[in-house]
Design a protein around this ligand. Sequence first.
Ligand code: CCH
Length: 271
Amino acid sequence: MSNEKDYNAVREAIKQILPQPGYDDGSAGPVLVRLAWHASGTYDIHTNTGGSNGATMRFAMEANDPANAGLEHARKFLEPIKQKFPWISYADLWTLAGVVAIEEMGGPVVPWRPGRKDKTQEDECPPIGRLPDAAHTQQHVRDVFYRMGFTDREIVALIGAHSIGRCHKDRSGYDGPWTYTPTRFSNQFFVLLLSISWSVKNVNGNIQFKDHEDELMMLPADIALIIDPKFREIVEIYAKDKKVFFNDFASAFGKLLELGVTRNVSDASKL
Ligand code: CCH
């Protein structure tokens, strides 16, 4: 293996594993995006702890956080790539996989820089409970994302990632996709939030929302985006203008992946 770190070769390898016939809607893309987000979304701006640096979800404590149920699929999809390119850190691989998946599913190009290092001790995991709980609404969503250092506009943009993927009864307890095109990155999440008359559905004690035909779903934390007037204004902008959403999403997701990442000067100068 040459000493050159060929990130484009890693990007190509990630593209190759995206089609997964027989898994969900046939794509590893959505669960890879969720892995990148949950690896990063533990950040706390006040203590500068958590975040994507470290890839601490390799350790049982963080892997077994109920919020991370199902992400073992994403880590398994990526393991052969880590074996093929052992020089890349898991922390870089997981975040890069999210970026490549978004682009390949038709989403925007998200800025990404390498240089994350893997932590080696389980006691370096961030505390459990930092990721958002879908049963809660606007106050909780703001508390969690303000803790990471995001604005209201960035929060709405980021949750627009629910245009892809689905909920799984055996992972979160919720069930179903948000859009008719769960492997296509789009602004459909916002369009549907506004255009459908959502009604309550109880799935084994979990309250979620359904459309008239009971094909699509929304979480209480999603519905909060149309209940809260300030969030709703932003939802309206993104529903009308996909380009504005794509631009805002790309910068907010790029910022998310950088939370807690420190690079030493010699690494940074190589970029
Ligand atoms: Fe999310 N998300 N998310 N989410 N999420 C779930 C699935 C995905 C919340 C709850 C859930 C973001 C923000 C939030 C994705 C990306 C992002 C699920 C179902 C729940 C519950 C898990 C399951 O059952 O498999 C809550 C609450 C919030 C904020 O308040 C943000 C931010 C992002 C990315 C930028 C993606 C993608 C999925 C689909 C995963 C899959 O396997 O299909």
